[in-house]
Design a protein around this ligand. Structure first.
Ligand SMILES: [Zn+2]
Length: 472
């Protein structure tokens, strides 16, 4: 248990003793209601002076205070507070750092993240993790996973070094693609994740198999395909990866060079091969950016959710380690992880260091352009990769989305309705409405005035339970 969570529980103890949990009453009234609160969703009007009634894990009634509504066993005063739907982190890796795995659910909940999309890890271990935590009755965010990164003949995350844990799986041909998707479906994976070294034929086979199984598809743009060919075939794209190439004036020649290299890699491993291609072409692509070509590319992506992970792409711009909130959240990490991360932070803080902002600026600009043409955007962080503190980093992502051109309300949409929609769940979660799942975050400051106010957390409700609640 992290010290942050411990602190929260201590603050909550007197409240717990007073109310003895939230009993279901035999007369059919609800468990609890929050009153006189301001409701803010990812779209639509702000509703002031409202009452939200919860029974079990559902919202059962929402209306203005004047309308009354059903009785509840417990009443919570929501005056001067703001209720938003529980947040998603749409891009996490529970298995990236084993010393952090067990701490992650509590860190997410403490920061108001009530659903996560795990975008790559060993299938057996993810299945065991989810069922183990569920069986233990552990409070955790709703947990959706893809299983391994479906990669090519070579695998980027092949487990050969600590920096490249075994998150990937080799899919050398079409037969393997079909078998992999059937196996994932069978084991309870919620979607598939296609990675960068797949061939165009394998990409196509994976898409076809996932469609046949009714599984949503998340993907990096493979190195062998342009974004305007791969993107429209999938449901989400991660990190804006390889869109840089598609938006360059000479994209055809660069793609051709890439394809040649991808068939001639004897003796190389997946990770260095990918790095070599990115290093050879990323900055060249950005320098050769063609707005007209890019507008055409974006024109193909109107139905494809983008998870830009600006937190990662714009790391040198945002420099989280210079922020007090980062320092504070660091205290919530297990000690062994904190020690390692502090070492990394000290290196980054070396005086006189120069920051190469080309990729950060390109990423922020592209997200603004995407948002301007209504390409759906979702908030994800890639935590815990590159000093992304589980939970805290999602709030940083929201801030960067706003910096790139989304309104604060659009950013809330990106962390609520958008990821729910990826799974076809937006009728059930992501809003504060009758019948929706009771995943909620209570804030003591208005996030529409400053998105940073999503950090001002008074309480968190996951599946109807107060998993964090601070004394007023
Ligand atoms: Zn990732």
């Amino acid at each position: 248990m992290g010290s942050l969570r411990m602190l929260v529980l201590i603050m909550w103890l007197p409240l717990l003793a007073g109310c003895q949990g939230f009993p279901m009453l035999s007369d059919g009234s609800a468990d609890w209601a929050i009153e006189s609160v301001t409701l803010i969703e990812g779209e639509g009007e702000v509703r002031r002076d409202h009452r939200v009634v919860v029974k079990g894990d559902r919202i059962v009634w929402v209306g203005p205070m004047s309308a009354g509504g059903p009785r509840a066993a417990e009443t919570i005063d929501g005056r001067n507070q703001f209720l938003i739907p529980g947040l998603w982190d749409a891009h996490v890796h529970y298995l990236y750092d084993e010393e952090l795995t067990e701490a992650m659910p509590d860190l997410f909940l403490d920061h108001g993240i009530t659903s996560v999309r795990d975008t790559g890890g060993d299938l057996d271990r993810l299945v065991a993790l989810r069922s183990g935590w569920t069986t233990a009755g552990r409070a955790m965010p709703r947990f959706y996973f893809s299983g391994p990164l479906l990669d090519g003949r070579l695998v980027v995350y092949d487990g050969k070094t600590a920096a490249q844990p075994a998150l990937g799986s080799s899919i050398p041909d079409i037969v393997a693609a079909k078998m992999a998707v059937a196996h994932l479906k069978n084991r309870g994976a919620d979607f598939i994740k296609i990675y960068e070294l797949v061939s165009p034929e394998v990409f196509e086979a994976l898409v076809e198999a996932a469609r046949a199984e009714g599984m949503p598809i998340a993907s990096h743009v493979p190195l062998s395909l342009p974004a305007d060919i791969a993107g429209p075939q999938v449901d989400s794209m991660e990190h804006l990866r390889n869109i840089d190439l598609a938006c360059a004036r000479n994209w055809r020649a660069m793609l051709e060079a890439r394809r040649v290299r991808l068939t001639d890699f004897d003796g190389l491993r997946g990770y260095p091969l990918r790095r070599e291609l990115h290093e050879a072409q990323r900055y060249q692509s950005i320098a050769d950016y063609d707005p007209a070509r890019c507008a055409d590319v974006l024109g193909t992506l109107g139905e494809t959710m983008q998870v830009p992970t600006l937190r990662l792409n714009a790391f040198y711009h945002s420099r989280p380690f210079e922020d007090e909130a980062f320092e504070h959240a660091l205290l919530g990490l297990p000690e062994s992880v904190r020690v390692r991360w502090r070492y990394d932070v000290e290196e980054l803080r070396e005086p006189g260091r120069e920051w190469d902002l080309r990729f950060a600026n390109w990423s922020l600009g592209l997200v603004g352009d995407m948002h301007a043409v209504d390409i759906p955007i979702a908030a994800g962080t890639d935590t815990p990769i590159r000093l992304a503190i589980p939970g805290e980093s999602l709030h940083r992502e929201l801030e960067l989305l706003v910096e790139s051109g989304l309104s604060p309300q659009d950013a809330i949409f990106a962390a609520t309705v958008a990821p729910a929609r990826f799974f076809g769940l937006d009728g059930q979660m992501g809003r504060i409405r009758d019948g929706q799942r009771a995943d909620l975050v209570l804030l003591r400051a208005n996030p529409l005035e400053a998105i940073r106010n999503t950090r001002e957390i008074q309480g968190v409700v996951a599946a109807g339970e107060w998993v964090r609640r601070e004394a007023p």
